[in-house]
Design a protein around this ligand. Sequence first.
Ligand code: PMP
Length: 400
Amino acid sequence: MMSPRELFLRHVAQTSEFPMLVEVARAEGVYLYGPDGKRYLDLISGIAVSNVGHCAPEVVQAVQEQAARYMHTMVYGEFVMSPQAELAGALTERLGEGFDRVYFVNSGSEACEGALKLAKKFTGRTQLLAFHESYHGSTHGALSVTGAPDLKEGYGPFLPGVNFLHFNDGADLAKITEETAAVIVEPVRGEAGVVPGHPCYLRALRERCTEVGALLIFDEIQCGMGRTGHLFAHQSYRVRPDILLLAKGMGGGMPIGAFIAREEIMSKLVKDPVLGHISTFGGHPVNCAAALASLRKIEGERLLEKVPVLEGIIRDKLDVAEVKEIRGRGLMFAAEIGDFDQVLAIIHRCVDHGLITDWFLHCDTAVRIAPPLTITPAELADGIDVLVEAIQTIVAGVPA
Ligand code: PMP
């Protein structure tokens, strides 16, 4: 009989020539455990998903209780399911004015798809603007607005009418015109290697969109749900988008996403045509129950208040000569090394030493740091010590 590792390598579709191949037997809090009992500290949260830690008891309980009560009962938008309704209420309450309606989907890419369609329908325009080195997902529409030619190789043609701007560059704002349906942007960029938007740039972007009647879409799929130390990244900038995208960390480990907008915009999905956007599983009650439990845990344990101390630990400990630049916000960081082979060697050395880290889609010269928000200062300090040891050893020994 083949082992899970053999089955994985032989029958699970592969998307990389160098998968990490960490075998997981169970996960709890900030740790993953292999079948041999080896413990790994998770410094990346399954890429910004496990914000409340792995198998948070509150989330597990919510999932178990809701799964036993009812799972799928009807496609999106017909039946009243209390976990879905309560989650929509909780999110809109925390988001405040301008966010009355939540459309639940199953992933980040899907949230992006829904938002692009909605922006076209609402504005009656077809042009979409996005940013170089952005990432919005792997489906056709989301990939169309992703600014990464290498990721798109061989998959064209893409959506027509999509153009790209340079991030944090005020000069490019003039390209947003009366023809523009929407501008989609990550206020804190993830896969570009953690690049926060400049506050004055994001404000100018907002003003320009308002001026020409283009919708502003904030993709907070990676930087939302507490990741930057604020429940939603835009709240720290005091810039409000017209449509907000969430996913990843939202479900406490379960798959759920959302696009959120004001009533005036979202009402476009109701008629002409009726069922303007359709999803069988969107707003699945078990995933909504998990998301609600996760949100309550972030607030109940005041996890956001603890982020500045944790951020300080990352900044202090990474302040070594071998790290060329530290970029980040809250618990979303990149340690720039400057060389892919060294980054890969660092990642493998960390895995050997029981620490999970990673690189970025558009920035393979930096190491990713995005631990669960539940990590303690001592756990984080230990993890960063292991990372710094790996960085120093590899940079000294592997030629750039
Ligand atoms: N937007 C951003 C900013 C992301 O980081 C990601 C996932 N890395 C996505 C969209 C796509 O999300 P998903 O993989 O759930 O489709």
